[in-house]
Design a protein around this ligand. Structure first.
Ligand SMILES: Cc1ncc(COP(=O)(O)O)c(C=O)c1O
Length: 469
């Protein structure tokens, strides 16, 4: 890696020192939004477990105290810090909660770390018929609970990457309590919403058993930080910590740990003010987009039981080709979106983005205006790939494998998640069969990277074939 190139990441035109306009994570905006005290003292946190610094894997002192104040911020019963991303929290939570033979209702829009957790635990994912190709809703969950014989848990992702969240979480928690089913919520994209009116719909407010919150995506923690919030009384904290240790270094970075503590202080003091400012900027951007007839996901596109994060703007274009063209234009002008996926470009609004930067971005987008009715939005379109597993993720992952060209993989069983990144939502779970539809979809997609496919080759279970008709 050329270190000089890395240093210049924030400049796209060296001659006149033009800075990139950022519509992406992390929420600390390249360090600009970090708690000022943390910025000042950051180098001093480069330490390890010595006298006075406590022990991350068995906290009794300052780490335990810091975790307590973060639990207060999220209104949870307990909180455990994560230094290996929300991914490690999700994997640990699944490994703690579920075992081989358990059936888990999973929303199809889950992050790939959910699959890694299922591989570790051996549990079997099940998708409800009602919403097998889309995020889980209350109705789908109600129906599925009655049908799935060995159901032990539900894993929900809300809000999702696009900022679409489930308003029925309180009812879902009641349902889970009634049937003694464990509920794990991946709320990695929702931590900032605790400082808005949408707080009432969030997982810690509704008391879901375990909730994973990112502190780097939309708050101001350093990248790789997050927390697990614990709300159920019957969770054994020291057992859960052992599962976190499975996925975490024995030398956790104190810089990362301290960044969560300082982020907690910052949002306890001025979280609401930050979010008010951010929402105001998001609304201003939407006004510009409306004026220039640029289509984006609006509340009216959603179901009545869904909410929309006001700090996320998902631009919609007629087709993948048009979206790619717009994406290229934005990059050429030094504007970096969160990602391009199919016909969508996602913009994260940060409270430090300036009005001038929003105006400049809208002026470029203006060239691509469309009539609203020309682009219909359907959530089914986002998750239209349906599939059924013939092996559990664990069975597939540990089976004998072979590498074959994707175009010849119809009827074969995949051994690892096939995941466009970002957004990191798998198209195929390990143990699922490759279909003609999936091959066509992957061929025509415009994702920047697809984990699980390398130079057109895919890994499948050796000597296993299923007819998908
Ligand atoms: C929905 C969701 N959950 C979890 C994660 C994992 O978060 P992290 O990158 O902090 O490990 C991501 C990452 O993008 C995500 O989109």
């Amino acid at each position: 890696m050329k270190i000089k190139k890395l240093q210049n990441l924030y400049i796209y035109n060296k001659n006149n020192k033009k800075r990139y306009i950022k519509f992406h994570m992390p929420g600390n905006y390249g360090g600009k939004n970090l708690n000022k005290k943390f910025r000042k003292y950051m180098p001093f946190f480069e330490t390890t477990e010595v006298y006075g610094t406590d022990d991350y894997h068995n906290p009794q002192g300052i780490i335990k105290k810091a975790e307590k104040s973060t639990a207060k911020l999220f209104n949870s019963n307990h909180c455990i810090y994560l230094v290996n991303g929300s991914s490690s929290g999700i994997i640990a939570a699944i490994s703690y909660l579920f075992r081989e033979g358990d059936q888990i209702l999973v929303s199809r829009d889950c992050h790939k770390s959910v699959i890694y957790g299922l591989i570790l635990s051996g549990a079997e994912p099940v998708f409800s018929e009602h919403s097998g190709a889309s995020p889980l809703d209350y109705q789908g969950i109600q129906q599925a609970i009655k049908k799935i014989e060995r159901i032990k848990g539900i894993i929900l992702t809300t809000p999702n990457y696009y900022g679409i969240g489930n308003k029925d979480l309180k009812l879902i928690v009641q349902l889970c309590n009634k049937y003694k089913i464990k509920l794990l919520v991946d709320e990695a994209h929702g931590s900032h919403l605790y400082f808005t009116d949408l707080k009432v719909y969030l997982a810690n407010t509704c008391k879901a058993d375990l909730v994973v919150n990112s502190t780097h995506k939309n708050l101001t923690g350093l990248t790789q930080t997050g927390v697990i919030n614990i709300n159920a009384e019957d969770i054994n904290l020291s057992e859960l910590r052992k599962h976190i240790s499975l996925t975490t270094s024995t030398s956790p970075s104190y810089i990362l740990l301290a960044s969560i503590a300082y982020c907690t202080e910052q949002y306890t003091q001025i979280g609401e003010k930050i979010l008010q400012k951010t929402i105001k900027k998001g609304n201003y951007m939407k006004e510009l987009l409306d004026k220039y007839k640029i289509r984006y996901i609006k509340e009216k596109d959603l179901n009545s039981n869904q909410y929309l994060d006001p700090t996320k703007i998902t631009l919609l274009f007629k087709d993948n080709k048009k979206a790619k063209e717009v994406f290229k234009q934005l990059i050429k002008n030094g504007i970096i979106p969160e990602f391009l996926a199919d016909n969508k470009i996602l913009l994260f609004i940060n409270y430090k983005i300036s009005k001038r930067e929003l105006v400049k971005t809208a002026a470029i987008l203006k060239r691509f205006s469309t009539e609203e009715e020309d682009i219909l939005y359907s959530q089914e379109n986002c998750f239209r790939i349906r599939n059924t597993g013939v092996l559990t993720p664990r069975e597939a992952f540990y089976s004998q494998k072979e590498k074959i060209p994707l175009k010849k993989a119809k009827g074969k069983v995949v051994v690892q998640p096939i995941t466009p990144y970002p957004p990191g939502i798998p198209i195929l779970f390990p143990g699922e069969v490759v279909t003609e539809e999936i091959i066509k979809y992957l061929k025509n997609s415009n994702f920047s990277s697809i984990h699980g496919i390398e130079n057109g080759m895919i890994e499948v279970v050796k000597d296993k074939f299923f007819d998908d008709k």
